[in-house]
Design a binder for this molecule. Structure first.
Ligand SMILES: Nc1nc2c(ncn2[C@@H]2O[C@H](COP(=O)(O)OP(=O)(O)OP(=O)(O)O)[C@@H](O)[C@H]2O)c(=O)[nH]1
Ligand SMILES: [Mg+2]
Length: 297
Protein backbone atom coordinates (compact mmCIF):
# COMPACT_ATOMS: atom_id res chain seq x y z
CA UNK A 1 0.00 0.00 0.00
CA UNK A 2 1.25 3.48 -0.83
CA UNK A 3 1.43 5.73 2.19
CA UNK A 4 1.86 9.47 2.41
CA UNK A 5 3.58 11.43 5.15
CA UNK A 6 4.91 14.93 5.60
CA UNK A 7 5.19 18.20 7.48
CA UNK A 8 2.28 20.60 7.44
CA UNK A 9 2.75 24.08 8.88
CA UNK A 10 -0.15 26.22 10.04
CA UNK A 11 0.83 29.89 9.97
CA UNK A 12 -0.91 33.22 10.14
CA UNK A 13 -1.41 36.34 12.20
CA UNK A 14 -1.77 36.18 16.00
CA UNK A 15 -5.17 34.89 17.13
CA UNK A 16 -6.13 33.36 13.77
CA UNK A 17 -6.95 30.13 15.60
CA UNK A 18 -3.88 28.09 14.66
CA UNK A 19 -3.57 26.35 18.02
CA UNK A 20 -7.30 25.68 18.18
CA UNK A 21 -6.98 24.03 14.77
CA UNK A 22 -4.08 21.84 15.90
CA UNK A 23 -6.08 20.71 18.94
CA UNK A 24 -9.12 20.01 16.77
CA UNK A 25 -7.07 17.95 14.30
CA UNK A 26 -5.21 15.99 16.96
CA UNK A 27 -8.38 15.57 19.01
CA UNK A 28 -6.63 16.59 22.21
CA UNK A 29 -5.87 19.84 24.02
CA UNK A 30 -2.15 19.97 23.31
CA UNK A 31 -1.53 23.58 22.31
CA UNK A 32 -2.26 26.69 24.35
CA UNK A 33 -5.23 28.64 23.06
CA UNK A 34 -6.30 32.04 24.28
CA UNK A 35 -8.27 35.10 23.23
CA UNK A 36 -5.10 37.01 24.07
CA UNK A 37 -2.84 37.28 21.01
CA UNK A 38 0.71 35.87 20.90
CA UNK A 39 -0.10 32.96 23.16
CA UNK A 40 1.99 30.47 21.18
CA UNK A 41 5.71 31.18 21.46
CA UNK A 42 7.28 28.15 19.86
CA UNK A 43 6.50 25.50 17.31
CA UNK A 44 4.01 22.97 18.68
CA UNK A 45 3.94 19.57 17.01
CA UNK A 46 0.89 17.36 16.63
CA UNK A 47 0.78 14.07 14.72
CA UNK A 48 -2.33 12.93 12.87
CA UNK A 49 -2.25 9.42 11.46
CA UNK A 50 -4.85 7.34 9.67
CA UNK A 51 -4.49 4.06 7.76
CA UNK A 52 -2.42 5.41 4.90
CA UNK A 53 -1.29 8.91 5.78
CA UNK A 54 0.56 10.75 8.50
CA UNK A 55 0.58 14.49 9.01
CA UNK A 56 3.20 16.03 11.25
CA UNK A 57 1.46 19.30 12.01
CA UNK A 58 3.33 22.41 13.11
CA UNK A 59 1.42 25.08 15.00
CA UNK A 60 3.44 28.30 14.92
CA UNK A 61 3.57 31.65 16.73
CA UNK A 62 1.48 34.38 15.10
CA UNK A 63 3.34 36.43 12.53
CA UNK A 64 4.16 39.99 13.44
CA UNK A 65 7.04 42.43 13.09
CA UNK A 66 9.36 41.40 15.97
CA UNK A 67 10.26 44.16 18.41
CA UNK A 68 12.29 42.34 21.05
CA UNK A 69 14.24 39.09 21.50
CA UNK A 70 11.35 36.83 22.48
CA UNK A 71 9.38 38.00 19.45
CA UNK A 72 12.45 37.42 17.27
CA UNK A 73 12.61 33.91 18.61
CA UNK A 74 8.87 33.43 17.91
CA UNK A 75 9.24 34.81 14.42
CA UNK A 76 12.25 32.55 13.80
CA UNK A 77 10.31 29.50 14.96
CA UNK A 78 7.47 30.30 12.56
CA UNK A 79 9.86 30.89 9.68
CA UNK A 80 11.75 27.66 10.30
CA UNK A 81 8.50 25.67 10.37
CA UNK A 82 7.48 27.30 7.09
CA UNK A 83 10.81 26.45 5.48
CA UNK A 84 10.54 22.81 6.56
CA UNK A 85 6.95 22.36 5.43
CA UNK A 86 5.73 20.10 2.66
CA UNK A 87 2.37 21.87 2.78
CA UNK A 88 1.52 25.24 4.31
CA UNK A 89 -1.89 26.20 5.65
CA UNK A 90 -2.20 29.98 5.78
CA UNK A 91 -4.90 30.51 8.38
CA UNK A 92 -6.84 33.77 8.40
CA UNK A 93 -9.43 34.99 10.88
CA UNK A 94 -12.40 35.40 8.56
CA UNK A 95 -14.15 37.74 10.98
CA UNK A 96 -11.29 40.23 10.71
CA UNK A 97 -12.36 40.70 7.12
CA UNK A 98 -8.80 41.34 6.02
CA UNK A 99 -7.40 40.78 2.61
CA UNK A 100 -4.95 37.92 3.02
CA UNK A 101 -1.47 39.35 2.75
CA UNK A 102 1.19 37.29 1.08
CA UNK A 103 2.60 34.89 3.63
CA UNK A 104 6.22 35.28 2.52
CA UNK A 105 5.95 39.06 2.96
CA UNK A 106 4.48 38.64 6.41
CA UNK A 107 7.44 36.46 7.34
CA UNK A 108 10.37 37.96 5.52
CA UNK A 109 9.34 41.54 4.81
CA UNK A 110 9.52 43.27 1.43
CA UNK A 111 11.41 41.51 -1.32
CA UNK A 112 10.93 38.24 0.52
CA UNK A 113 11.75 34.91 -1.02
CA UNK A 114 8.98 32.41 -1.26
CA UNK A 115 8.57 29.04 0.43
CA UNK A 116 8.93 25.85 -1.55
CA UNK A 117 5.74 24.31 -0.19
CA UNK A 118 2.33 24.87 -1.75
CA UNK A 119 0.08 27.18 0.32
CA UNK A 120 -3.55 26.45 1.12
CA UNK A 121 -5.55 29.48 2.13
CA UNK A 122 -7.99 28.75 4.95
CA UNK A 123 -10.43 31.21 6.48
CA UNK A 124 -11.18 30.29 10.08
CA UNK A 125 -13.98 31.27 12.48
CA UNK A 126 -16.68 31.03 9.81
CA UNK A 127 -19.09 30.21 12.65
CA UNK A 128 -18.84 33.89 13.62
CA UNK A 129 -19.77 35.17 10.14
CA UNK A 130 -23.18 36.10 8.80
CA UNK A 131 -24.27 33.84 5.90
CA UNK A 132 -23.99 36.88 3.58
CA UNK A 133 -20.41 37.58 4.61
CA UNK A 134 -19.48 33.92 4.19
CA UNK A 135 -21.07 33.80 0.74
CA UNK A 136 -19.13 36.94 -0.27
CA UNK A 137 -15.89 35.42 0.97
CA UNK A 138 -16.53 32.25 -1.03
CA UNK A 139 -17.00 34.31 -4.18
CA UNK A 140 -13.89 36.37 -3.53
CA UNK A 141 -11.69 33.37 -2.63
CA UNK A 142 -13.15 30.35 -4.42
CA UNK A 143 -10.03 28.26 -3.81
CA UNK A 144 -9.86 28.87 -0.07
CA UNK A 145 -11.05 26.47 2.62
CA UNK A 146 -13.78 27.88 4.90
CA UNK A 147 -13.48 26.36 8.34
CA UNK A 148 -14.29 26.68 12.00
CA UNK A 149 -11.63 25.20 14.25
CA UNK A 150 -14.08 25.76 17.10
CA UNK A 151 -17.05 23.80 15.73
CA UNK A 152 -15.12 21.55 13.35
CA UNK A 153 -16.99 22.78 10.28
CA UNK A 154 -14.99 22.28 7.09
CA UNK A 155 -12.05 20.79 8.97
CA UNK A 156 -12.43 17.28 7.57
CA UNK A 157 -12.43 18.64 4.05
CA UNK A 158 -9.31 20.67 4.76
CA UNK A 159 -7.64 17.57 6.17
CA UNK A 160 -8.54 15.62 3.05
CA UNK A 161 -7.09 18.33 0.81
CA UNK A 162 -3.88 18.42 2.85
CA UNK A 163 -3.50 14.63 2.81
CA UNK A 164 -3.67 14.53 -0.99
CA UNK A 165 -0.79 17.01 -1.16
CA UNK A 166 1.57 15.03 1.06
CA UNK A 167 4.53 13.32 -0.56
CA UNK A 168 4.57 9.56 -0.88
CA UNK A 169 6.55 8.33 2.10
CA UNK A 170 6.54 5.71 4.81
CA UNK A 171 5.27 6.95 8.19
CA UNK A 172 7.88 9.09 9.93
CA UNK A 173 6.62 8.33 13.45
CA UNK A 174 4.65 5.58 15.17
CA UNK A 175 0.98 5.72 14.22
CA UNK A 176 0.10 6.04 17.93
CA UNK A 177 2.34 9.07 18.55
CA UNK A 178 0.54 12.33 19.22
CA UNK A 179 3.58 14.60 19.26
CA UNK A 180 7.34 14.65 19.02
CA UNK A 181 7.67 16.99 21.97
CA UNK A 182 8.23 15.87 25.51
CA UNK A 183 5.66 15.76 28.26
CA UNK A 184 7.66 18.45 30.11
CA UNK A 185 6.99 20.92 27.33
CA UNK A 186 3.24 20.35 27.40
CA UNK A 187 3.11 20.50 31.19
CA UNK A 188 4.88 23.88 31.12
CA UNK A 189 2.51 25.09 28.43
CA UNK A 190 -0.59 24.04 30.39
CA UNK A 191 0.67 25.93 33.44
CA UNK A 192 1.33 28.99 31.30
CA UNK A 193 -2.15 28.67 29.81
CA UNK A 194 -3.67 28.81 33.28
CA UNK A 195 -1.57 31.87 34.09
CA UNK A 196 -2.73 33.49 30.84
CA UNK A 197 -6.35 32.86 31.77
CA UNK A 198 -6.02 34.44 35.19
CA UNK A 199 -3.89 37.48 34.40
CA UNK A 200 -4.51 40.70 32.49
CA UNK A 201 -2.72 43.50 30.69
CA UNK A 202 1.02 43.10 30.22
CA UNK A 203 1.55 40.45 32.93
CA UNK A 204 0.70 37.34 30.84
CA UNK A 205 3.32 38.35 28.29
CA UNK A 206 5.97 38.45 31.01
CA UNK A 207 5.26 34.94 32.24
CA UNK A 208 7.39 31.95 31.29
CA UNK A 209 7.20 28.49 32.82
CA UNK A 210 10.21 26.31 33.57
CA UNK A 211 9.90 22.71 34.76
CA UNK A 212 12.66 22.15 37.31
CA UNK A 213 11.81 18.60 38.27
CA UNK A 214 9.54 15.97 36.79
CA UNK A 215 9.52 12.71 38.76
CA UNK A 216 7.32 10.07 37.24
CA UNK A 217 8.44 7.14 39.35
CA UNK A 218 6.09 7.61 42.30
CA UNK A 219 2.40 8.33 42.75
CA UNK A 220 1.46 11.10 42.56
CA UNK A 221 3.82 12.30 39.83
CA UNK A 222 5.92 15.11 41.31
CA UNK A 223 6.36 18.26 39.25
CA UNK A 224 8.24 21.33 40.43
CA UNK A 225 7.63 24.29 38.17
CA UNK A 226 8.65 27.92 38.27
CA UNK A 227 6.66 30.76 36.78
CA UNK A 228 9.16 33.44 35.87
CA UNK A 229 8.09 37.06 35.62
CA UNK A 230 10.12 40.12 34.72
CA UNK A 231 9.56 42.41 37.71
CA UNK A 232 8.86 42.23 41.44
CA UNK A 233 5.52 44.01 40.95
CA UNK A 234 4.45 41.22 38.57
CA UNK A 235 5.50 38.60 41.08
CA UNK A 236 3.16 40.19 43.62
CA UNK A 237 0.30 40.18 41.12
CA UNK A 238 0.93 36.55 40.20
CA UNK A 239 1.02 35.44 43.83
CA UNK A 240 -2.05 37.49 44.75
CA UNK A 241 -3.38 38.39 48.19
CA UNK A 242 -2.39 35.68 50.65
CA UNK A 243 -1.21 33.52 47.71
CA UNK A 244 -4.76 33.22 46.38
CA UNK A 245 -3.94 33.66 42.70
CA UNK A 246 -1.00 31.30 42.47
CA UNK A 247 -3.04 28.71 44.37
CA UNK A 248 -5.88 29.05 41.89
CA UNK A 249 -3.46 28.77 38.95
CA UNK A 250 -1.89 25.66 40.50
CA UNK A 251 -5.29 24.05 41.03
CA UNK A 252 -6.40 24.70 37.46
CA UNK A 253 -3.07 23.58 36.05
CA UNK A 254 -3.17 20.31 37.95
CA UNK A 255 -6.58 19.61 36.42
CA UNK A 256 -5.14 20.12 32.93
CA UNK A 257 -1.93 18.20 33.55
CA UNK A 258 -3.41 15.05 35.08
CA UNK A 259 -5.09 13.83 31.87
CA UNK A 260 -1.83 14.45 30.00
CA UNK A 261 0.28 12.55 32.52
CA UNK A 262 -2.42 9.92 33.00
CA UNK A 263 -2.61 10.01 36.80
CA UNK A 264 -2.53 12.15 39.93
CA UNK A 265 -0.02 14.96 40.06
CA UNK A 266 1.57 16.91 42.89
CA UNK A 267 2.35 20.33 41.45
CA UNK A 268 4.88 22.35 43.38
CA UNK A 269 4.54 25.81 41.86
CA UNK A 270 6.91 28.73 42.49
CA UNK A 271 7.13 32.31 41.29
CA UNK A 272 10.48 33.96 40.59
CA UNK A 273 11.76 37.14 39.00
CA UNK A 274 14.03 36.72 36.00
CA UNK A 275 14.66 40.34 35.20
CA UNK A 276 13.67 41.36 31.66
CA UNK A 277 13.95 37.79 30.41
CA UNK A 278 12.08 38.56 27.18
CA UNK A 279 14.96 40.75 26.03
CA UNK A 280 17.83 38.65 27.30
CA UNK A 281 19.24 35.96 24.95
CA UNK A 282 20.70 33.92 27.80
CA UNK A 283 17.45 33.87 29.74
CA UNK A 284 15.56 32.95 26.58
CA UNK A 285 17.89 30.04 25.94
CA UNK A 286 17.49 28.84 29.51
CA UNK A 287 13.71 28.90 29.08
CA UNK A 288 13.97 26.87 25.90
CA UNK A 289 13.37 29.65 23.35
CA UNK A 290 15.79 29.53 20.46
CA UNK A 291 17.00 32.72 18.80
CA UNK A 292 17.31 32.67 15.01
CA UNK A 293 20.91 32.40 13.77
CA UNK A 294 21.16 36.00 12.58
CA UNK A 295 20.45 37.23 16.12
CA UNK A 296 22.98 35.01 17.81
CA UNK A 297 26.24 36.75 18.59
N1 LIG B 1 -15.60 31.78 16.98
C1 LIG B 1 -14.45 31.14 16.79
N2 LIG B 1 -13.40 31.36 17.60
C2 LIG B 1 -12.26 30.68 17.38
C3 LIG B 1 -12.14 29.71 16.34
N3 LIG B 1 -10.89 29.21 16.38
C4 LIG B 1 -10.25 29.84 17.39
N4 LIG B 1 -11.08 30.71 18.00
C5 LIG B 1 -10.77 31.57 19.14
O1 LIG B 1 -9.80 32.52 18.75
C6 LIG B 1 -8.89 32.80 19.83
C7 LIG B 1 -7.46 32.55 19.38
O2 LIG B 1 -7.29 31.17 19.14
P1 LIG B 1 -5.86 30.48 19.16
O3 LIG B 1 -6.03 29.10 18.65
O4 LIG B 1 -5.22 30.70 20.46
O5 LIG B 1 -5.16 31.39 18.05
P2 LIG B 1 -3.65 31.31 17.53
O6 LIG B 1 -3.68 31.59 16.07
O7 LIG B 1 -3.01 30.06 17.95
O8 LIG B 1 -3.04 32.58 18.29
P3 LIG B 1 -1.48 32.90 18.65
O9 LIG B 1 -0.87 31.66 19.17
O10 LIG B 1 -1.59 33.94 19.69
O11 LIG B 1 -0.88 33.39 17.38
C8 LIG B 1 -9.32 31.90 20.98
O12 LIG B 1 -10.12 32.65 21.84
C9 LIG B 1 -10.13 30.81 20.29
O13 LIG B 1 -11.11 30.24 21.10
C10 LIG B 1 -13.29 29.48 15.52
O14 LIG B 1 -13.30 28.67 14.60
N5 LIG B 1 -14.40 30.21 15.80
MG1 LIG C 1 -1.44 29.73 19.10
Amino acid sequence: MTTRAGFVTVAGRPNAGKSTLLNRLVGQHLAITSPKPQSTRDRVVGIISDDDSQIILFDTPGLLEPRYELQRSMHGAARKALEEADVIVHLIDASEGLQPEHLATAVNGDGARDFRAPIILAFNKVDALTPERLAALRVEFPEAAMISAKTGEGVKFLLKTVRKMLPESPFLYDAEDVSTQQMRFFVAEMIRECALEQLDDEVPYSVACEIEEFRETGTPVYIRAVLHVERVSQKQILIGAGGARIKAIGKDARRKIEPLVGGPVYLDLWVKVLSNWRRNPNSLRRLGYDLPDEWKS
